[in-house]
Design a protein around this ligand. Structure first.
Ligand code: KIV
Length: 292
């Protein structure tokens, strides 16, 4: 009996996920999976695993670059990591997160910077934070043919205005404002909307109201899709863990264990062993000794 399974061993390449796929998934009631990535090997693994969308988030600043928040992240840092991700992922929809001050100063600058994510970063779409105050920018970017994902609720680029990383839309008045802003963002041309840290009833209400898919992070199961910061999911970032995070692995402990074992091996001369070294033939070795 043959033990070969051509379909399993060599699966057909996955079809590219597009903004149209996003819309179709919502219409069919199929959940959308999204994760953040900032480098080539992670993007490669995620794409192979079959994730629908990869966000090169400005969370890069906190989980990879070690900043206290996302505010110091620059366009150049974002584009550098976008390029690495785009080399690894071919099927997932790739979304580049517009960093603080890349879209707030003027509409013209916002469109130019959004274009750089596609031209220089290899992304398919961009994401930006904010509601009512961003409608003109959303219209201009999507008018230039660039798909825009909105982001409402806890918007980390406004932490100083929000008074820290805290859940949003918890009063009837604040929730009503978010529902209105979600509708306005859809009307302005967003193809999808991230809802971060809002009550689950509100996540569900907004998802029912919109025809574009919502992607929740701490917004409950009623959203059309879910996103997590990959370093949280893998247990690689332990400065703080938001309530909405589910940890699927403990990579920090794994890394510590591996680094400790390596240091011990080097100190005890157990590494490198014979299988890790190259040998010269006896003849060449003797010739070298004669030269010395
Ligand atoms: O930067 C990021 O990773 C994000 C997600 C939390 C949605 O904006």
């Amino acid at each position: 009996m043959s033990t070969q399974h051509p379909e399993r061993d060599n699966p057909a390449p996955r079809k590219k996920v597009t903004t149209f796929t996003f819309r179709q998934k919502k219409e069919r009631g199929e959940p959308i999976s999204m994760l953040t990535a900032y480098d080539y090997p992670t993007a490669l693994a995620m794409d192979q695993a079959g994730v629908d969308a990869i966000l090169v988030g400005d969370s890069l600043g906190m989980v990879v670059l070690g900043y206290q928040n996302t505010l110091p992240v620059t366009m150049e840092e974002m584009l550098h990591h976008c390029r690495a991700v785009s080399r690894g992922a071919h099927a997932a929809l790739l979304i580049g997160d517009m960093p603080f001050m890349s879209y707030q100063v003027s509409v013209e600058e916002a469109v130019r910077n959004a274009g750089r994510f596609l031209q220089k970063g290899g992304m398919d779409a961009v994401k930006l934070e904010g509601g009512r105050e961003r409608l003109e920018v959303v219209r201009a970017i999507s008018g230039a043919g660039i798909p825009v994902m909105g982001h409402l609720g806890l918007t980390p680029q406004s932490i100083h205005q929000l008074g820290g990383f805290r859940a949003q839309g918890k009063t009837a008045l604040a929730a009503k404002r978010l529902v209105e802003e979600a509708v306005l963002l859809e009307q302005a041309g967003c193809f999808s909307l991230v809802l971060e840290s809002v009550p689950s009833q509100l996540g569900e209400m907004i998802s029912h109201k919109l025809s574009i898919p919502t992607i929740g992070i701490g917004a409950g199961p009623g959203c059309d899709g879910q996103v997590l910061v990959t370093h949280d999911l893998l247990g690689l970032f332990d400065r703080f863990t938001p309530k909405f995070v589910k940890k699927y692995a403990s990579f920090r402990e794994e890394m510590l264990g591996a680094f400790n074992a390596y240091i011990q091996d080097v100190n005890s001369r157990n590494f490198p062993a014979k299988e890790h070294t190259f040998e010269m033939s006896e003849e060449e070795w003797q010739a070298l000794l004669r030269e010395e």
